[in-house]
Design a protein around this ligand. Structure first.
Ligand code: BDP
Length: 323
């Protein structure tokens, strides 16, 4: 009898060892800090994958861009050097021209308009383009509406931005947009923006309100010009290298966890926008709403012309404008 129990014990340990052995550790890149909607949604995604696959996949989230800056991480994911990431569509579209329409200024009227398209046929088309380039979309997250904010420079008209050094993401379309406003684009990594604002290397930056708050930019750049010039999504993606190794059930688990995390993220996002507005206003941020966007939209005409002529963006542009 004692030997029988010994046998069972050995078997359990062996099975346990096997489970341990079969466990795959995955690395997830994230640019945001703890508590930020993106981070919290990624954590929930990782938890759900671990649960559904019974611990087969352990996803470790590396926040605050500790694995490298975003344009580099986009390339790392494409090369399969990291497994999972949450990217803003700006840097992602430099690697996948088939989604660049998503960053066109003044394209979406609000996040609801954007998600109507992304959760439908168009989203599927963008996801197909991304997959062909090495990125499998698990969920579309909210990137909110981006606006300008400046140090020592109240902006009440788009003309006030002329000549200013404006920090932009390292992404072609953002650089072009700022040039069309007669300002000077300064492409800098996200983590360097606060220092650049403090040291006067840039006069202004542009971002959504949750990032304006979480980075502390609001402490230095108190003049916000609410333009919502770019309303764009972000995406939770896995590398096709990893994807191709997953079996059918694993894929299903990843997809479902991704979709659920996206819904959670969008909900957390709306709450965070309200909270960030409250915090920054109490700390002295001045919000001036653009009175009339038509002047700014007219300035963007060369970008629209370009996108209408480009066969990789024309169809998507027409579909979004029409509905
Ligand atoms: C934030 C995005 C992040 C970008 C950042 C930026 O969530 O992915 O890297 O803006 O401006 O809103 O660099």
């Amino acid at each position: 009898m004692r030997n029988y129990f010994k046998g069972i014990l050995c078997l359990t340990l062996a099975v346990g060892a096997n489970v341990g052995f079969a466990q795959t550790k995955l690395r997830a890149w994230n640019i945001h800090p703890d508590g930020y909607p993106v981070t919290e949604a990624m954590k929930s995604f990782a938890g759900q994958v671990a649960q559904t696959t019974k611990g087969k996949y352990q996803i470790e989230i590396f926040s605050n861009a500790t694995l490298g800056d975003q344009p580099k991480a986009v390339q790392m994911l494409k090369a399969g050097e990291i497994d999972i990431a949450e990217f803003s569509s700006g840097p992602l579209s430099d690697a996948v021209p088939g989604i660049k329409v998503l960053n066109l200024p003044f394209l979406f009227t609000d996040s609801a308009h954007m998600f109507r398209h992304l959760d439908g046929k168009l989203g599927k088309r963008f996801a197909d383009n991304l997959k062909a380039a090495g990125f499998v979309v698990l969920g579309w997250y909210d990137g909110g509406g981006r606006s300008f904010y400046c140090v020592n420079k109240p902006v009440t008209d788009i003309k006030d931005l002329a000549g200013a050094n404006i920090r932009v993401q390292q992404s072609e379309i953002f650089i072009e947009m700022v040039k069309l406003l007669d300002a000077k684009p300064v492409a800098l990594p996200f983590k360097d923006v606060l220092g650049a604002l403090e040291q006067g290397k840039v006069d202004c930056a542009e971002n959504n309100i949750p990032s304006y708050e979480s980075t502390g930019h609001y402490k230095i750049a108190k003049n916000v010009y609410v333009t919502n010039h770019v309303i764009s999504p972000e995406a939770l993606v896995v590398s096709t290298q990893l994807w191709d190794k997953l079996d059918k059930d694993d894929k299903e688990a990843f997809m479902q966890a991704g979709a659920r995390s996206a819904l959670l993220m969008r909900d957390l996002w709306n709450k965070r926008v309200a909270l960030a507005l409250d915090i920054t206003t109490k700390q002295g941020a001045q919000y001036v709403k653009v009175k009339n966007t038509s002047t700014m939209i007219r300035r963007m005409a060369p970008l629209y012309d370009k996108f209408m002529k480009d066969p990789t963006t024309r169809q998507e542009l027409l579909t979004i404008i029409a509905q």
